[in-house]
Design a protein. Sequence first.
Lengths: 313, 313
Amino acid sequence: MEVEMVENGLKAVEQELRAAVNSDVNTLYDAGHHIIDSGGKRLRPRVALLAHLAAGGQALDQMIPLASAIELVHTATLVHDDINDHSLTRRGKITVHARWGRTFALLTGDYLFTKVYEMMAPYGPQYNVVMADACVKLVEGETLQALAAKAGTMDRETYKQIIARKTASLFEAGARMGAMLAGADEAVVTALSSYGYNLGLAFQIVDDILDIVGDPETLGKPVGLDVTQGMGLMMAQNGRKVLGETATMTAEVEVDPIQEMLLQLRESGAVEVARLQAYEVAQRALAALAEVPPSPARDELEAVVNLVIERQK
Amino acid sequence: MEVEMVENGLKAVEQELRAAVNSDVNTLYDAGHHIIDSGGKRLRPRVALLAHLAAGGQALDQMIPLASAIELVHTATLVHDDINDHSLTRRGKITVHARWGRTFALLTGDYLFTKVYEMMAPYGPQYNVVMADACVKLVEGETLQALAAKAGTMDRETYKQIIARKTASLFEAGARMGAMLAGADEAVVTALSSYGYNLGLAFQIVDDILDIVGDPETLGKPVGLDVTQGMGLMMAQNGRKVLGETATMTAEVEVDPIQEMLLQLRESGAVEVARLQAYEVAQRALAALAEVPPSPARDELEAVVNLVIERQK
């Protein structure tokens, strides 16, 4: 029954997301619908809705704008990321940036972010403080990543900071707010926040692994785009500076430096180490659930962990 | 006495703005301080603080984050605008985009916007609904402007929509929230909102005039950047399509199309018509103040109108 409620809730989230991009400015409408309609896993709103139910909440209707806002933050950052990464495809479709150009992609991302704010505004300060904190961290994480990419270097601590801020914070915020809206005890709110945070870490590590070993067709986007993230994985294993060596080598033999880096990473054993790290944080997410009373929703949250670890796209 | 309170309030706003960009991510700290420290007229927070006092408010300390957030929205859009306009100078200094590159300028603008959200989060839903609405409109206005620039055409209604959404909405929101925080009657809140809205329209029309006839050195930025806005001014006079003619002419004689457009606009009489429009909306702003009880703060709001109309930069 609860599972069905979540599926219905996610349908309501889709409607809310579509309604958010019904601007009377045609390009914002078109580009907004383009990115919303291209789908996505909707994992963040799913986790927020499940956390609400697992915390004993019954107000799934009140959760819809909140869960939609969580997804919309993520969507806004995708649009801006694709500008910075010069990406041409996303979710198997052309990117906003490639279709409408840089100026309108920038404005579309800004627009989506203002709609996040609009969706969240009716909630009380305690929710908006959590959401704002996650948004600040997200942009900081993206910036740390761009700085590492520019410097061509990455260390273990920086990698951890990046994935914690750019990904785990938003998963954490969704789970936390879902539990808060259920009026749960502080212990349950903390447990579900910890679940969201560690699930987010696992999700990002697996994402970085797929960027190295994944199938571009299955992923719906090119691989090797976040190769500095891959460097982070590799550094976590052996502490070496990778890109310097690669750059030297590629200068000699004139191969595509990204392909060369991917090859290096695949052969280095870094991917296997990263998988172990993903399992470790996944275990922490599962351990956090032990503080939450048993329920079908809690079972679902467990299943999400496995889904994240095993996913191929 | 009230005037002194406002000046002290504006000093507190500066501190709040600087504190907002104290990120532990160096580039966000540096680029954030760069744009904040480059100053600006701080007209929006001044209007918000004065509206609060004119509405009978005494809680200027509670107004500081709100007034700072209003200025920070404006600052965030400047950083993103400069990317889209390829501008090299702003307020007499190098732009974030020119100094740190496009990627970090995009992220800095995003960061400033998340800090707006963070500053506003502690205020109640009624304030955040007003602020979010202004932010949505602002991005829509920017997008309408970019679309008009791309199409190389502008009509009177579009010009009005652009300046209402991209500029007047934020002035209006600041004045409205200032009055709300004073606990003023609905009539006074409405009057001060109308003041802010019309002042914003006047401000933008004068801004567009200065882009045509202003001195780049006094302005601290190049002129002719918003020449499509100038087209809007011109259309408001004679309903002709301007850029088409200019493009044809310049193709023949090979002159700089922007300089040519500026010359056309200066000679067309459009600037004089625009000045009359600015006076008209300024009069509406002053008329709105008649609904507000007399006070030194109301006198200051009147003085701001003249400042906006007479400004040379």
